[in-house]
Design a protein around this ligand. Sequence first.
Ligand SMILES: CC(C)(COP(=O)(O)OP(=O)(O)OC[C@H]1O[C@@H](n2cnc3c(N)ncnc32)[C@H](O)[C@@H]1O)[C@@H](O)C(=O)NCCC(=O)NCCS
Ligand SMILES: Nc1ncnc2c1ncn2[C@@H]1O[C@H](COP(=O)(O)OP(=O)(O)OP(=O)(O)O)[C@@H](O)[C@H]1O
Length: 197
Amino acid sequence: MKLIGITGGIGSGKSVVCRLFQVLGAPVYDSDARAKCVMAHDARLRDELTAAFGPEAFTPEGQLNRTYLARVAFPDPAQLARLNALVHPHVGRDFAEWAAARQQEGHAYVLKEAALLYESGAYQQLHQVITVFAPQVLRQARVLRRDPHRTPDDILTIIGKQLSEEEKLKRAHHVVYNDDEHLLIPQVVQLDREFRD
Ligand SMILES: CC(C)(COP(=O)(O)OP(=O)(O)OC[C@H]1O[C@@H](n2cnc3c(N)ncnc32)[C@H](O)[C@@H]1O)[C@@H](O)C(=O)NCCC(=O)NCCS
Ligand SMILES: Nc1ncnc2c1ncn2[C@@H]1O[C@H](COP(=O)(O)OP(=O)(O)OP(=O)(O)O)[C@@H](O)[C@H]1O
């Protein structure tokens, strides 16, 4: 079974492209969602997050306090590195278990969607990587529409913490252009065929 990564900067359209792959029957592991799930439910990780970021890391109801963590971690490289170091190893293990179960089901390939595939080292667990590309102005406009609570400055701060698009394009095995000039569906159908061969 092929393990395929799918990455791209904030707002590039990874989730949209993954939805198209899912329609074609491919299982997709959503690293962002799984990271939040382990942060909320793994007792040891909860303790580590509370020790590192204070009790505000969780709301009084016990939910992960995403707004607080985003405010503390995104602008501060040391805090972000701390958060990544706590969370990423859990996601790596969780993905390995998930992929093993998909293999038992007989899938030809699976996708791991992650904004930080290269930065976290997760690409080393994978056979090939797709980068979803969109120009920065378009990505900013899309995120402002999708996340009304984020300011243009918040988005620039996050972009500054991610590997440049140029570098991601250089390292990718495949590129999906989601730039309002190329059609998405034919690109995804073509890749799905390749991965099934
Ligand atoms: C700090 C958190 C709680 C903020 O949550 P919030 O819902 O506000 O933002 P969200 O997760 O949707 O992130 C917004 C975008 O920022 C980018 N982003 C997320 N985490 C990171 C990071 N560690 N470094 C750089 N960019 C990141 C992604 O493009 C993402 O889609 C959350 O991003 C988080 O837990 N990050 C650490 C875990 C992680 O690295 N997740 C991403 C892949 S595993
Ligand atoms: N081709 C497109 N046409 C119109 N809207 C799009 C297109 N691609 C993505 N979008 C919209 O742009 C926003 C960002 O897309 P998406 O959530 O898929 O990005 P992402 O790469 O997963 O972002 P993040 O790293 O923040 O999770 C979403 O609201 C999505 O619906």
